[in-house]
Design a protein. Structure first.
Length: 215
């Protein structure tokens, strides 16, 4: 059955040609915007997966700790800002300022977002002098850094849970910041020749590590 255009509109003559051109432009523009939005989302998901590691710590057969950590390097920062700016429809100038500050932070610190689950709440202790667990950052040459700061994040913030979906309601979230240099070093960690870095978790209840291959 032939379908007629509404209101008996005819696609003949110059008016019809202009109408068709407008439709085609609208179709391609809409498809392009949808494709761009989807690409931003995929880019962030891909970068999140590339920069996230997970492990479990056991003592014998008993589980002590489940941990996932995302290394917030400059590549991750760019993907994060893209998705954030797209989601909140930020103006380009605001997005560029946000990206500039994020890159500056990644050049000053080795920063990680960490989500931790422990079978006992009292074991989820990473902040303060009485913390049960400690974090260290090491490179493949044995240089070791201690955190500049370890801070717990607000678990009720939906933005954090959206950007880090492995941070579930049973976990506690933390932001770790390590310096870029050792106290006597002149080269940053990681440096140009660094092959890998490891985030180590140690305590009387067990030990574990997460590794990022850089080469």
């Amino acid at each position: 059955m032939r379908r007629e255009l509404p209101y008996s509109f005819s696609l003949t003559g110059r008016a019809g040609l202009f109408f068709l051109l407008a439709v085609f432009v609208l179709m391609f523009t809409t498809a392009g915007c949808a494709g761009k939005t989807e690409t931003l989302k995929k880019d962030y998901a891909g970068e999140l997966g590339a920069q996230t590691r997970s492990t479990k710590i056991y003592e014998g057969l008993e589980s002590r700790l489940y941990i996932s950590a995302t290394y917030k390097n400059s590549d991750f920062v760019r993907a994060y800002v893209d998705r954030y700016a797209e989601g909140y429809q930020l103006e380009q100038a605001i997005k560029e300022t946000m990206l500039e500050r994020g890159i500056e932070a990644s050049e000053m610190y080795n920063e990680f977002f960490v989500a931790v689950f422990t079978p006992e709440d009292s074991w989820n202790s990473f902040v303060g002098p009485g913390a049960i667990w400690k974090f260290y950052l090491e490179d493949d040459e044995g240089s070791r850094l201690v955190p500049v700061s370890v801070s717990r994040v607000d678990g009720s913030d939906p933005l954090i849970r959206d950007f880090f979906p492995y941070f579930d309601q049973w976990s506690y979230g933390y932001i770790l910041k390590f310096p870029k240099y050792t106290e006597t070093g002149t080269e940053p960690i990681p440096g140009a020749e660094t092959k890998s870095i490891k985030l180590k978790v140690t305590g009387i209840l067990g030990k574990g590590e997460l590794e990022w291959k850089l080469k």
